[in-house]
Design a protein. Structure first.
Length: 158
């Protein structure tokens, strides 16, 4: 019985910690049609007396492309309230800009910029006016599930 308890107790505590710390957040890359659909997991960092927020999910542009992404939502430099989102997405051949690696940096509710490289010669860069927080309700989980292509241009299209 003692061996079972020693094994199950840490497993149950880990499940509670991860299960209660997840949330879903969505953003629009204004003025483009792109949507970031992200799941958040918050980790307590006792060394700094704060937390870190890991994000994973999809970067979706209508039926044009989807990029799996991973990144972090952290406090911006010098701030105790303003958060900054940084993500890295992998683009398949022929998708979006055609580049393999795309990074996005932005302030929720503020400006954002992206940079793509790899697979093609040169670089692709773009910017937008707002990383607009939106409701995730009713949004597709991926391109394949999108009901119809949205009107407008995608952020990764030159």
């Amino acid at each position: 019985m003692r061996k079972t308890t020693l094994f199950l107790t840490p497993l149950a505590l880990f499940g509670l910690a991860i299960g209660t710390a997840q949330a879903e957040t969505c953003f629009r890359l204004t003025p483009f049609i792109d949507i970031l659909r992200l799941s958040e997991t918050v980790f307590v960092d006792s060394n700094v007396g704060g937390t870190h927020t890991l994000v994973v999910g999809n970067w979706i542009a209508g039926r044009i492309y989807t990029l799996p992404v991973v990144g972090s939502l952290e406090l911006d430099v010098g701030s105790t309230t303003v958060q900054r989102l940084g993500i890295h997405g992998i683009n398949k051949p022929g998708g979006g800009s055609g580049f393999s690696d795309c990074t996005l940096d932005g302030i929720p509710g503020g400006a954002w910029d992206l940079a793509c490289s790899g697979r093609n010669a040169g670089l692709f860069n773009n910017t937008g006016t707002s990383l607009t927080p939106i409701s995730c309700t009713g949004l597709p989980p991926s391109v394949a599930a999108a009901a119809a292509a949205e009107e407008g241009k995608a952020a990764l299209q030159p």
